[in-house]
Design a protein around this ligand. Structure first.
Ligand SMILES: *Cc1c(COP(=O)(O)O)cnc(C)c1O
Length: 386
């Protein structure tokens, strides 16, 4: 069917209300950080049942700020996973830390919790789990380990707004969560992200560092009146979210649970239609109770039985007018990480097998069952021809 429109692997769902809100924001004359960001933060706190939510320009900014508040010393280590987006490791390095990796579980692609304890040294400061594709990491044992060793936990929850672990929403418990609102994520503000925490000191440090290290309260503390002045009490960053972005977020957050419901229907349809295909290994879900946010649907291409590798599969799908994504190649295999930290192929065999085979099939709330049937038919056609 050569005349069919190209089906992208992801596309945001933006309501007319959200568009109207952006326009109203622009017309209001106040487009940068202001009342809409404030309201969006209130809504995020209420959605996550958390005392602190700080809206930011991206999740990368959130990871950077949280790690910056830890004031890592040379040699300090942060434990994370190689199956993530580069920002997870980049921000550790940017704040002076050394990324220490543990391998993933083969079926869920999440960090293997049973390997964390042996990676802890006297230099370890924090653990950064990633809830891959919106599937929660097994957090109870992870927080037990962190408590025993007095470590911070920074959850890279870029995929996991709306995810639940044992009936609790990610963000409603634990130490620190960082969410992303990039257009491909489960809800979007264009670009954007936020930090959620129950730690008031962490929240004020992030609030200070996200906007130049500027503190209006400090001026009052030093005995002067009025708030037309500010003090700079730390060299900060410029990581604030704009009201134009929050205008989208206010409406996206209201639709989020509905988005996840549709993503779940589609993911389960893929699981059903693709079950038993010898060319694929399908994502698995763990036994503990959870709500998967299905940010991505990511089978592995088994090159030997498929007669093609993942890259050839992606090319074949593109020729059939279907977009796919690659999330992610294992970060330890990128040149910077090989050269600076001595990582090499063979270090994390499970992550490497995932990295070599993984592909993101189209999945977004506006996708129809007929769109999905097209994807499955194109895959059947591609595998038959090889
Ligand atoms: C998208 C993503 C990020 C970065 O999010 P941005 O909002 O684009 O900065 C970080 N970690 C993971 C796992 C991601 O998928």
């Amino acid at each position: 069917m050569p005349n069919e429109e190209f089906l992208p692997f992801s596309r945001p769902t933006i309501s007319q209300e959200a568009i109207d809100e952006v326009v109203a924001c622009i017309r209001s004359g106040w487009i940068t950080t202001g009342p809409r960001v404030k309201q969006f933060e209130e809504d995020l706190k209420s959605y996550c049942s958390a005392p602190h939510a700080l809206a930011l320009s991206s999740a990368t900014a959130g990871l950077h700020l949280v790690l910056a508040t830890l004031k890592l010393q040379p040699g300090d280590e942060v434990i994370t996973t190689p199956m993530t987006f580069a920002a997870t490791l980049n921000t550790i390095v940017l704040t002076g830390g050394k990324p220490v990796l543990v391998d993933v579980e083969p079926g869920t692609y999440n960090m293997d919790i049973s390997r964390i304890e042996q990676a802890i040294t006297k230099h370890t400061r924090a653990i950064m789990p990633v809830h891959f594709a919106g599937l929660p990491v097994d957090l109870d044992p992870l927080y037990d380990i962190a408590k025993r060793h007095n470590l911070r936990v920074i959850e890279d929850a870029a995929h996991a707004i709306g995810t639940r672990y044992k009936d609790r929403r990610i963000g409603s418990f634990g130490d620190i969560q960082v969410f992303s609102f990039h257009p491909n994520k489960n809800m979007t503000t264009g670009e954007g992200g936020c930090v959620v925490t129950r730690d008031g000191d962490m929240a004020s440090d992030v609030a200070l560092l996200r906007f130049h290290g500027m503190d209006r309260e400090a001026w009052n503390r030093f005995g002067k009146k009025g708030n037309q002045h500010y003090e700079i009490i730390a060299p900060g960053f410029k990581y604030n979210m704009m009201d134009m972005q929050a205008a989208l977020g206010l409406h996206q957050l209201k639709q989020l649970d509905g988005f996840i419901k549709r993503r779940t229907e589609l993911a389960l349809r893929y699981q059903k239609f693709l079950a038993g295909w010898p060319q694929l290994s399908l994502p698995r879900t763990p036994a503990y109770s959870h709500l998967h946010a299905w940010h991505l649907y990511t089978p592995l291409i088994k090159a030997e039985t498929a007669g093609m590798d993942r890259d050839a599969f992606m090319q074949g799908m593109k020729e059939r007018n279907i977009g796919t994504g690659l999330h992610y190649r294992a970060v330890h295999l990128y040149p910077y990480y090989r050269e600076h930290f001595g990582f090499k192929r063979g270090d994390f065999p499970n992550a490497e097998a995932v990295s070599d085979g993984i592909v993101s099939l189209p999945l977004f709330p506006l996708m129809t069952d007929a769109d999905q049937d097209r994807v499955v038919a194109a895959m059947a056609d591609l595998f038959k021809r090889s």
